[in-house]
Design a protein around this ligand. Structure first.
Ligand code: CA
Ligand code: CA
Length: 173
């Protein structure tokens, strides 16, 4: 991969975590993502699904901070994200999957409005709320439903797709 393309992809991943666009990732970004998802699917913060989403978001933040917040100031800068998170997660995608699992599981519960699995349109709503750019939405959705079943596959497949997205290969040295 071209170095410029790699930089662009990393910047896009950082931006998707930095929900408020203030230049660093912190707890607020995770809780505001949870809040936005609950609003999108008309779920209250107090119900079990709402509580699980906030708990999952906090666990995801703690995991991210543990991996990437090198100076311990409770903020993950872009440099910390690139040097800490991206490189270490590339070495250990499974670890990333584990820190993201409670959040993703809670997102699935919120987005699966009729208990029959997350439909592709519902998955698109999730991705849009989380700040995935409209131009990459079709590709992201195809990745989530590779067999064209109209529904997002199991939690394990979802986690694998999620980890793969964030552990993009580095350019050849
Ligand atoms: Ca932020
Ligand atoms: Ca920091």
């Amino acid at each position: 991969m071209e170095s410029a393309e790699y930089e662009r992809r990393i910047a896009a991943r950082f931006a998707s975590f930095d929900q408020d666009g203030n230049g660093y990732i912190d707890r607020e970004d995770f809780s505001s993502a949870a809040k936005a998802l609950l609003a999108e699917f008309d779920v209250t913060a107090r119900c079990d699904k709402g509580q699980a989403l906030y708990i999952g978001a906090e666990a995801f933040w703690q995991g991210m901070a543990g991996i990437a917040d090198v100076d311990g100031d409770q903020r993950v800068t872009r440099e910390e994200f690139v040097t800490g998170a991206v490189k270490r997660l590339r070495d250990s995608p499974q670890r990333f999957a584990e820190i993201a699992r409670p959040f993703l599981r809670a997102v699935v519960a919120v987005a699966d409005t009729d208990g029959s699995g997350v439909t592709v349109p519902a998955a698109e709503r999730v991705l849009r709320v989380l700040g995935v750019a409209p131009d990459v939405l079709p590709a992201a959705t195809t990745a989530l439903d590779p067999d064209g079943t109209g529904r997002v596959p199991s939690e394990e497949q979802l986690l694998a797709a999620f980890a793969a997205y964030f552990t993009t290969p580095a350019p050849e040295a």
